[in-house]
Ligand binder design. Sequence first.
Ligand code: PMV
Length: 336
Amino acid sequence: MKSSAIAHSNIALIKYWGNWSKVSPSLNIPLNDSVSMTKYGLSENSHLQTHTTIEFSEDFKADEAILNNYLLKGRDMERVLKIINPLKKLKKIDYKFKLMSFNDFPTQAGLASSAAGFAALTIATANALNLDLTKEELSTFARLGSGSAARSIHGGFVYWHQGISHETSFAEKICNPNDFDINAIIAVISEGKKDVTSDTGHKLANTSIFNEIRVKKSQEQAKEIKAAILDDDFKKVGMIAEKNCLLMHSTMMTSEPALFYWSPITLKVIKKVLHIRKSENSDCFFTIDAGPNVHCLCRPEIIDYIKNTVENIEGVNKTILVKPADDSYLTNEHLF
Ligand code: PMV
């Protein structure tokens, strides 16, 4: 009962921020639909992916989970169990497990490592337990680890339906990676762990007076951006993504306590992107998750130009080029 999987992280084009209070917050049922691009890192040694192996056995005396050579404990282990326990229940077995996982990119630094991690964990666990689940069903279990992981089950462009229950809050694919021509350059400003985890941030969303309007607008924008992706309308996708990102960060900055994920360099990159668009007439847009790093979205034709421009901004430590990723998958390469 051993299985391995590889999953990619994703960048939200329409953001998930805050959980619906009418159901248990531990289910991670969001306040609004969200949309993302699953991303594949083009650097030789960083594809922004997680590789996970899990084994269940009657002979194991205790559960053990290792991420990037560190034994998981406390809250981190609890999140792993939030996925594994319901899957074990579905299979009606109570074996202990051994889990090993590697991220090929910084963990908890606003690069969506948890999305890749929990998606890989879900796929590997379901397969090790020989459960025959659809991708949509897998996405409901990945969501229990971290909401955005629901979207990383699929490759390409993904729509996460808010839903009203565990079963109805799932992600589905909008289209394949090659169906919409887009690249991103990530301006990496910090690779350190964020001060406030998104887990904590979600709980503060409703303390902002802007959240209600953000939720309402996000519902409209999710539908609009899906149509724009299917129409291959890059400008429209970029404009909507940028507006939605600013709605989320306005909500963060006006919550109590206020959350500032940006650094002064984040603002420099934003201004540069706006300058490129206005003065150079090149289509480039920004989006930012819960961290200081900026994703600059562009068509593949101008990726080298945008990369060079962003790299020259003082304070940007490095850039990572990404393209839309394929689906997450099972692999025979086991980590132990
Ligand atoms: O999945 P979480 O709990 O890490 O939350 C993700 C929150 C954002 O990255 C800011 C937005 C999103 O939709 O991915």
